[in-house]
Design a protein around this ligand. Structure first.
Ligand SMILES: C[S@@+](CC[C@H](N)C(=O)[O-])C[C@H]1O[C@@H](n2cnc3c(N)ncnc32)[C@H](O)[C@@H]1O
Length: 351
């Protein structure tokens, strides 16, 4: 094609090439990571302060008590949402004992900075091929820590992994603990799913009532098995390509609504795609979050900045470094760098 039509056509092609250029998983693409590092505003040990004075992002190790204390300052957070790397991913297979000792350290640091009455949620997986670690070991370890166990939640994934000879693994586990006696906002516990079960009668104060009459809402409670939350994948607006363990905003928002109030401070030492920070921004809370990796700190900050600018929740069909890395070619030493779509941005094992 020639003339004006031709250049419009080329511009469109360029637009779609850029838009169809999501990042591959950053944990398996060291060369790409190196390219992104110079564009990250934080180095190890630095803390980003939100110009609006609400949030903070620290580039730090979750078990560095001094750095965490510097991040939190004089605040008294009422909620911690922690989504640590699971054993295999975190340490190229450290022993389970080492992993649990490491977990104990960040749990204690979390306890030290939380308010007298506060909640702790921990996302953690169970490897069914290896003694259900680290979830089982973590639960046992927590029995000797000063948090009270409250609930063991399960979020159902739409896609899972499995063989023809086992139940397909479609769950993500979430543990809920409390320190002191924090509140719980029951309204957050209701889903959008209408109640359809009728005919469950019960006598209340001498009156026989049907279950729909008894309920506070026409929709069902979420309970501790969440079936109404879509797993993040590349077609969703909230998708952040490059991230491999992104939690759905709806799940984080449910936790925040249930266990915090407006203007409260929420902490999260494992920011990654910044879902906790973004949910806090949306729900008028403050978030002090961290990641050991400057690239994930940068993604976390950019995601929130983009939301403030445009109202968008992520980079469906694009990525956070579109300006700096508008395209990237496969490099022989780094086979994961493919300019193709990542089919799904969820962790492959049990995250
Ligand atoms: C499972 S992801 C968190 C996902 C996050 N909840 C989300 O929705 O995007 C774990 C993150 O922890 C970070 N991380 C690993 N070890 C860390 C450490 N010692 N201190 C702080 N962050 C760490 C990793 O870089 C990774 O981004």
């Amino acid at each position: 094609m020639t003339g004006r039509g031709g250049s419009v056509c080329k511009a469109l092609v360029r637009y779609f090439i850029m838009k169809n250029n999501p990042l591959p998983r950053l944990d398996t693409s060291p060369t790409l990571r190196e390219r992104l590092l110079p564009h990250c505003r934080l180095k190890a040990g630095e803390i980003w302060q939100d110009p609006q004075g609400k949030h903070r992002v620290g580039c730090l190790d979750a078990i560095d008590a001094k750095m965490v204390a510097a991040l939190v300052g004089a605040a008294t957070p009422t909620l911690a949402i922690q989504d640590p790397p699971y054993n295999l991913i975190a340490f190229e297979r450290r022993s389970i004992d080492e992993y649990i000792e490491w977990s104990r350290q960040w749990v204690r640091i979390t306890h030290a900075v939380l308010a007298k009455n506060a909640s702790l949620y921990v996302w953690l997986g169970a490897d069914q091929n290896d003694g259900f670690q680290p979830l089982a070991d973590f639960m046992v370890m927590m029995r000797t820590e000063p948090f009270a166990p409250r609930s063991f939640l399960t979020m159902r994934n739409q896609r899972g992994y499995g063989t023809q000879k086992n139940w397909m693994a479609v769950r993500q586990e979430l543990l809920y603990y409390t320190k002191g006696n924090p509140g719980f906002n029951i309204e957050a516990e209701y889903t959008d799913i209408p109640k359809i079960l009728r005919g469950y009668y019960k006598e209340v104060n001498g009156l026989v009532t049907e279950n729909l009459e008894r309920g506070k809402s026409n929709t069902i409670r979420a309970g501790n098995v969440w079936v109404d939350i879509q797993q993040v994948f590349y077609r969703m607006e909230e998708n952040v390509s490059g991230c491999y363990a992104q939690k759905p905003l709806k799940s984080v928002e449910r936790i925040i609504r249930a266990s915090s109030n407006k203007n409260d401070v929420i902490v999260d030492w494992f920011a990654h795609s910044g879902s906790t920070l973004l949910a806090a921004e949306i729900l008028d809370r403050r978030c002090f979050t961290a990641d050991i990796d400057p690239v994930f700190c940068e993604i976390t900050i950019r995601r929130m900045e983009q939301y403030r600018r445009t109202g968008r929740l992520g980079w469906q069909n694009g990525h956070p470094f579109e300006k700096e890395v508008p395209e990237f070619l496969q490099e022989s030493s780094d086979k994961q760098i493919l300019p193709s779509r990542t089919p799904i941005s969820q962790p492959t094992l049990f995250g």
